[in-house]
Design a protein around this ligand. Structure first.
Ligand code: S3P
Length: 424
């Protein structure tokens, strides 16, 4: 994919459904009783992996345009799959499904692509094992493939070293089947979509500070879910609209759950012309239209509890910081090293190749903004968010930028390039 400098991005965009919420709606719908009707389900490869895993376990799932119907078989209605479950590139599928599988009365093997087979799974193997689960990393390297032999589980109070919604949700899902209460305490609160949706499906779950507390469930009940637009996908247009000259973009129906909206806080701290136009706080997950205009930005510091609220947006935030006057410091973000790629290294290398002044640190980076960028050849490393970040930068840099393996955007945003083209 090739990109060159444009003279502004203007218009409206409706980003696809939230990836985290889409995954959860199919997972919870599959183990609920009755039908779950999901509107605006994300048809990205990751969420299709989740659908296919549950279909392999006997769940009937119909796709009708933008709507997905999940005919759940109840909490104990999954069947042993005939073959290995393939989670593709999806960490959320792998980690959350493990919590469910740990409690079934069958055994199963989970795997995924090269990237998934390198991502850390000890973070779920350890707490699930403490609950009584039998999970083996087949290659004994703490990664997938994972062999999971279902066992009776008991609740625990787990204190997690990382603020990770995937770890928290995996434990909570196992906790649905466990004997006694399950508690997960995180260093700071990670995204709470599981807690919100589990409650909607009838589970008894509450939050005290950064601790999620769940009681075992007798049954979950199917529901109607309206998936909001994904703020992590909106992030590319937010940043593009702020840094590309002569731009004005209205991004419609974006999920602004406070555990996800860190990018809005950062943009405002950097002096962005960003406004929330139409807010809807009626439903479980708040949404809004977001209007951005070209802005004169300045550097900021991004750290602490803000990090989990924008973890997936850090690549494009780092890109935006190259256009801000002064220094932007990103710290407490070591988790970026274990995403679909080592996003810390890949971003520092790519930004440097484009002429930015960036220094990698142990848990983040320091960006000295204001230096004009020039086009370069960037290997996305098959990481969707890296590909989209450098596509945006290619529109703002002098010369031509080539993004290798740009098609990997289909993981979370299959229509990304079309939507981008429509605005330019
Ligand atoms: C996700 C949680 C985050 C995020 C990922 C989706 C989720 O991962 O990076 O894209 O849906 O729970 P961690 O929980 O590992 O931080």
């Amino acid at each position: 994919m090739k990109f060159s400098k444009i003279n502004g991005l203007r218009g409206q965009v409706v980003v696809p459904g939230d990836k985290s919420i889409s995954h959860r709606s199919v997972m919870f719908g599959s183990i609920a009783k009755g039908t779950t009707e999901i509107h605006n389900y994300l048809k990205g490869a990751d969420c299709l992996s989740t659908i296919s895993c549950f279909q392999k376990m006997g769940i009937s799932i119909e796709q009708k345009g933008d709507t997905v119907l999940v005919h759940g078989n109840g909490l104990h209605g999954l069947k042993r799959p005939d073959s290995v479950l393939d989670c593709g590139n999806s960490g959320t599928t792998t980690r959350l499904i493990s919590g469910i599988l740990a409690a079934q009365d069958f055994d199963v093997t989970l795997t995924g692509d090269d990237s998934i087979q390198k991502r850390p799974m000890k973070r779920i193997i350890e707490p699930l094992s403490l609950m009584g689960a039998d999970i083996v990393s087949v290659k004994d390297n703490g990664c997938a493939p994972l062999k999971i032999i279902g066992k009776p589980l008991h609740g625990i109070h787990y204190t997690s070293k990382v603020a990770s919604a995937q770890v928290k949700s995996s434990i909570l899902l196992a906790g649905l089947y466990a004997k006694g209460e399950t508690r997960v305490t995180e260093p700071c609160l990670s995204r709470n979509h599981s807690e919100i949706m589990l409650k909607l499906f009838g589970a008894e779950v509450r939050t005290e500070g950064s601790t999620a507390i769940l009681q075992p469930a007798r049954e979950l009940y199917g529901n109607e879910i309206h998936v909001p637009g994904d703020i992590s996908s909106a992030a590319f247009f937010i940043c593009a609209g702020l840094i590309a000259p002569n731009s004005e973009i209205l991004i419609k129906n974006v999920g602004i759950n406070p555990t996800r909206d860190g990018i809005l806080t950062v943009c405002k701290a950097m002096g962005a012309d960003l406004s929330i136009v139409k807010e809807d706080r009626e439903k479980g997950e708040p949404t809004a239209d977001i209007l951005v205009r070209t802005s004169k930005l300045h550097g900021t510091t991004i750290d602490g509890p803000l990090i989990p609220a924008l973890i997936d947006e850090l690549p494009v935030i780092a890109a935006m910081a190259c256009f801000a006057e002064g220094k932007t410091v990103i710290k407490d973000a070591a988790e970026l090293k274990v995403k679909e790629s080592n996003r810390l290294r890949v971003m520092v290398d790519g930004l440097t190749a484009m002429g930015a002044h960036v220094i990698e640190t142990e848990d983040g980076m320091i960006i000295h903004g204001g230096k004009p960028l020039c086009g370069a050849v960037i290997d996305s490393r098959l990481d969707h968010r890296i590909a989209m970040t450098f596509a945006i930068l290619g529109l703002c840099a002098e010369g031509e930028t080539k993004v290798l393996h740009g098609e990997c955007v289909n993981i979370s945003y299959p229509e990304f390039y079309e939507d981008l083209r429509r605005l330019s």
